[in-house]
Design a binder for this molecule. Structure first.
Ligand code: FEO
Ligand code: CA
Ligand code: CA
Ligand code: CA
Length: 712
């Protein structure tokens, strides 16, 4: 997400035990994470999620090993890849999706042009093949456009108008709204090995912060989401700040709404969830609401960002507009059906949506983290059992969103409690669940007994009351489809302190009101001794069988070789901090590569390198871990190697590979002066500009010069 739109406030006022404490008490459980091969019938046509677990016999195959020479840290306006690899820019911001629009770096972007061009600030993404036979050469690329760089967007006019105070011009607000959301674009590999997009493809589509979408699941149709625009509470406009992503086994894409609260403002009476989720009280992030009343405004397109109650009822204003955000948004990449907000998966700052181990006859599970300091990890478990007959097929004859409704509109949402002995518990966020202080969850939240919609709207408060464990900013997760192990990045938590716990906890019926250890005084401990956890770490867990228990351990700590705060013993070939993107790239033998991307905010790493992409084969580490250390430590850290470094100013995020593993797709978000040629739509990502260019976030395709599978 970058530091620009991060929310530095601590909004969790509960007294739940911070993750730092839990880590301190953690004891070794070297064997609990071991997983065997498992069969899973997963989509072979969607790239970027967990694939089908391969059931090859392990004994007669060579162990998977990384075969590239680690690249060293770098500070260049270029993408650095290992010797023997090429990297190419694809679909940078502003790339026209039709055949009639032109990109010109000297021209101002208009709302109309942005609506038919690739959005800004690429983040999570996935590929959706059109035919199995050409799955590695031609597919629909779905990518999130998380947020905007106003200085790049408005460079030709010298910057945005009234960015921080005063009235934003309607055309500027509309253009910015259209630069957010999701881009769907057909891409293909040409005969010369270069990738290009297909202008005018019928699959090309933009979803913006203004596109009409359907509400589904428990919150849809409830009083919580009735607005002037949708008196039935069945629709809303837009998806915003889509960060990480998900894919479904039935062939759809999931765009996750992360730092959306700041696009709204409420200057008046607030709902409890407005405060808990962090809706601003003076001005929204970009001030789109200030364009309200412009003569060109259509149907409250700007007014809706001001959720201050002004009308006689919710049907006359937009007090509920923000309650139509904070969800997992399902998109069918093969048709132009409206996207659907799947509310059953909870309402918070969803970093992503990660499919758990998929097994016929078992529920479909999704994991998601709430990326904010001291927030929680969640799991959704479908009521419906997975039927492999629902597996992905491209084409208009299949109603994939109806399959999505079957699995994603009915189920149970849980929040995670990580216990000190390495066990964990999924806490159900259901109306009749029993809270820490012995009440029914609905009663503790002041809701009627059957109000599941109310629980979902207040997901964070519900998780507080159930005793979930506050974490160090959960970012991406990924699942090893063979073992079912889930990896999760905890990017950093700069506001942890050395203070002792001084928790006091009261709920006087008007909500949770005081500070606690989960709030301003999250204490450090011997296992995680950083008062300011700038380097972050990665945990992994495995479900323990009964549906609500799991076993967890630390996988690796971020750290710098040049300071004494480096528990995993990282060196020049792999030192990193603030892990963010994560993808388990399944190869064969039930083995795979864990790819780690960074969004660094740790000074001693920033001095060494720009943001980066690292690789490790977790199965190579299985012997030798133990003790209270992380799985990765000094003696085995050499298994993790830096694969790529991004341009100055950027964050490296979003990742998947083609099924044949010959092309690895990543995103470069918020670069400072890249790509080199301001005019070209495809170009060498490893070249530096000779002067200043208007920077554009872009997808980068990394391939081996010899055409073989990457990294091995
Ligand atoms: Fe958008 Fe949490 O990164
Ligand atoms: Ca991001
Ligand atoms: Ca981040
Ligand atoms: Ca992120």
């Amino acid at each position: 997400m970058s530091h620009e739109i991060e929310d530095h406030r601590l909004l969790n006022h509960s007294d739940n035990e911070p993750f730092a404490n839990v880590l301190a008490k953690r004891v070794s459980r070297r064997d609990v994470m071991r997983g065997g091969l498992g069969m899973a019938a997963a989509s072979m046509l969607s790239m970027g999620g967990a694939g089908a677990a391969l059931a090859a016999t392990a004994s007669d195959k060579k162990p998977l090993t990384l075969a590239f020479e680690a690249v060293m840290g770098a500070h260049q306006d270029a993408v650095i890849v290992p010797e023997g690899y090429i990297a190419q820019v694809l679909v940078p911001w502003g790339t026209p999706l039709n055949e009639s629009t032109q990109w010109n770096p000297a021209h101002a972007m208009s709302a109309e042009q942005q609506a038919v061009s690739v959005g800004m600030h690429h983040d999570g993404m996935a590929g959706f093949a059109l035919e199995e036979s050409s799955a590695s050469q031609r597919f629909v690329l779905a990518l999130n456009n998380e947020y905007i760089d106003q200085s790049a967007l408005w460079a030709p006019q010298g910057g945005p108008t009234h960015a921080k105070e005063g009235k934003r011009p309607a055309e500027e607000s509309r253009t910015e709204i259209n630069a957010h959301g999701v881009t769907l674009v057909e891409v293909r590999k040409e005969g010369d090995g270069r990738w290009s997009h297909v202008p005018g493809s019928s699959y090309n589509r933009r979803l913006t912060s203004a596109t009409v979408m359907a509400m589904a699941g428990p919150v849809a149709g409830s009083d919580y989401v009735k607005t002037r625009f949708s008196p039935e509470g069945t629709q809303t406009r837009g998806t915003n700040n889509n960060c990480g992503n998900g894919v479904t086994p039935w062939g759809t894409y999931i765009a996750c709404e992360e730092n959306w609260p700041n696009i709204f403002v409420n200057t008046g009476e607030r709902f409890a969830d407005d405060a808990r989720i962090g809706i601003p009280t003076e001005r929204s992030r970009y001030g789109w609401e200030t364009s309200a009343g412009d003569s060109s405004e259509v149907d409250g397109e700007f007014a809706r960002f001001d959720i201050t109650p002004r009308g006689a009822s919710a049907l006359e204003d937009y007090r509920n507009e923000a309650r139509t955000f904070g969800y997992q948004v399902e998109v069918d990449p093969y048709t132009h059906q409206p996207a659907v907000k799947r509310t059953a998966l909870g309402r918070f700052r969803h970093e992503g949506c990660w499919l758990g181990k998929l097994e016929p006859g078992k529920p479909v599970t999704y994991y998601s983290g709430h990326d904010a300091r001291n927030e929680y990890v969640y799991k959704f478990v479908s009521d419906a059992a997975w039927d492999p007959a629902d597996a992905n097929r491209p084409g208009e004859q299949y109603d994939r969103l109806a399959i999505g409704a079957k699995y994603l509109d009915h189920g149970t949402l849980y929040a995670a409690r990580f216990d000190a002995d390495g066990s964990g518990e999924w806490l159900p966020l259901t109306p009749d669940a029993t809270t820490l202080d012995g009440r029914k969850l609905h009663a503790a939240l002041g809701l009627p007994a059957d109000d599941l919609a109310g629980i979902i709207v207040n997901t964070c408060d519900a998780a507080d009351l159930m005793g979930a464990t506050p974490m160090d900013r959960p970012e991406w997760a990924t699942v090893d489809p063979a073992s079912g192990e889930v990896y999760l990045t905890l990017t950093n938590n700069s506001q942890r302190t050395e203070a002792e716990s001084d928790a006091t906890y009261t709920n006087d019926g008007d909500g949770i009101t005081q500070s606690g250890v989960g709030y301003a005084t999250a204490p450090t401990n011997a296992a995680n001794p950083r008062p300011d956890n700038g380097a972050g770490h990665i945990v992994r867990w495995k479900e323990a069988g009964n549906g609500t228990a799991f076993q967890w351990e630390v996988f690796i700590f971020g750290g710098s070789a040049s300071d004494g705060n480096n528990p995993s013993g990282l060196t020049e070939i792999n030192q990193f901090a603030s892990p963010d993107g994560l993808w388990f790239d399944e190869r064969d033998n039930g083995e795979g590569i864990l790819w780690i991307q960074t969004d660094n905010g740790y000074d001693s790493i920033a001095e060494y390198t720009n943001d980066q992409l690292l690789a490790v084969v977790p199965s190579a580490l299985k012997a030798g871990n133990g003790g209270s250390d992380a799985v990765v430590k000094r003696h085995n850290q050499h298994h993790i190697k830096r694969f790529a470094v991004g341009p100055n100013g950027c964050e490296v995020t979003g990742i998947f590979a083609t099924p044949d593993k010959t092309a690895l797709f990543i995103n470069i978000q918020h670069p400072g002066n890249w790509p080199a040629d301001g005019q070209a739509l495809t170009q060498d990502a490893t070249l530096e500009a000779s002067g200043s260019v208007r920077p554009r976030a872009a997808t980068v395709v990394i391939q081996k010069k010899d055409g073989g599978p990457v990294a091995v």
